[in-house]
Design a protein around this ligand. Structure first.
Ligand code: AMP
Length: 220
């Protein structure tokens, strides 16, 4: 059975954290356009350079850039049994492009889970977030600290504060989210494929809520 799942949610809702867990559990890749863009920047590719200013300011990068990345990634063999999309789609044109892509590739349609967290908590989460630039493992100074302060549990690398987790960029990300990404709940809701879960509390409980929600979600 193929599993194609989209995790929707505002910045800081826990999409990346839960996508990593689900990907490990199901043995399918997490497709995070944010991680892919950061990797392109590290490698200094043209695409990475193009994305840089948008990302650091907290704005969305142009649709065609991320759609191209996803198309290439979905075609790789490890995604044949499905994928967990985290941070994609973020606009209606991206959602339409993904529908078209899955249909063209003869793949099962997506299920969609929206993770809901109150904005005050999102702000707290993003401000304290630390990330490993090597393996993208997410941490939080208070809610999910690494075993050794400032170091990644998996690779021992230095954790960083992402430029877009600074207060000014966080504000822009919320504005972008409300204007461009929040309408996707209607897009998927209309098809009956959307389930919503409470994204507060223990990480394990949230993971279970997502799994339970998926049992009841129709393919859209
Ligand atoms: P994330 O790690 O998902 O929070 O993404 C970090 C940044 O990468 C975002 O604030 C955007 O600038 C860019 N980005 C990631 N995914 C997308 C997407 N699907 N569409 C447009 N921009 C994106």
């Amino acid at each position: 059975m193929q599993r194609n799942l989209i995790l929707l949610g505002a910045p800081g809702a826990g999409k990346g954290t839960q996508a990593q867990r689900l990907a490990a559990r199901w043995g399918i890749p997490q497709i995070s356009t944010g991680d892919m863009l950061r990797e392109a920047r590290r490698q200094g590719t043209e695409l990475g350079k193009k994305a840089q200013a948008y990302m650091d300011g907290g704005q969305l990068v142009p649709d065609e850039v991320v759609i191209g990345l996803v198309e290439e990634r979905l075609g790789r063999p490890d995604a044949k049994d499905g994928a967990i999309f985290d941070g994609f789609p973020r606009t209606t044109p991206q959602a339409e492009a993904l529908d078209g892509l899955l249909a063209r590739m003869g793949r099962d349609p997506v299920k969609v889970v929206a993770i809901e967290v109150p904005e005050a908590e999102l702000t707290l989460r993003l401000g304290g977030r630390r990330s490993c630039p090597k393996d993208n493992a997410p941490y939080h100074v208070t809610f999910n600290p690494p075993k050794v302060s400032g170091k990644c549990d998996r690779c021992g690398g230095e954790l960083i504060l992402r430029p877009d987790d600074r207060p000014e960029a966080i504000k822009t990300r919320f504005v972008e989210y409300q204007a461009k990404t929040a309408p996707l709940t209607d897009y998927y809701g209309r098809r009956g494929t959307l389930r919503t879960v409470d994204g507060t509390g223990e990480l394990e409980s949230i993971l279970e809520r997502i799994t339970v929600a998926l049992e009841g979600a129709a393919h859209g």
